[in-house]
Design a protein around this ligand. Structure first.
Ligand SMILES: [Zn+2]
Length: 106
């Protein structure tokens, strides 16, 4: 990864819709996103079609995670969007698992 030269390999899994409220069974693949260092995205849209302003901003936490030098990190992020009206927050979650390999320090 150009922006993170100490990272040798990266695997990120993102699961959404843990309560299976938003995605039809026939489209269950939409709940899962998987990335490596070469195709990682910066933002993942929320799968709740009624959600306004909801997305996962990977850039907002990835740098801090990489600097911890942990090889496995798992964290859940509630979606920050709402369903178009004040007080109706989106109840989707982004469940993230990150596995890392670092280059040897020289
Ligand atoms: Zn949402």
């Amino acid at each position: 990864m150009k922006a993170y030269p100490k990272v040798k390999a990266l695997t990120m899994l993102i699961r959404q819709d843990p309560f299976e409220e938003y995605v039809q069974e026939s489209e269950a693949w939409k709940r899962l996103s998987a990335f490596t260092a070469t195709n990682i995205q910066t933002r993942i849209p929320c799968v709740n079609r009624r959600c306004v302003g909801g997305e996962l901003n990977i850039e907002s936490f990835l740098g801090a995670w990489l600097s911890t030098k942990q090889i496995k990190i798992a964290q859940n992020f509630p979606c920050a969007g709402n369903e178009g009206r004040v007080g109706y927050s989106c109840s989707n979650y982004f469940q993230i698992e990150l596995e890392l390999e670092f280059n040897d320090e020289k």
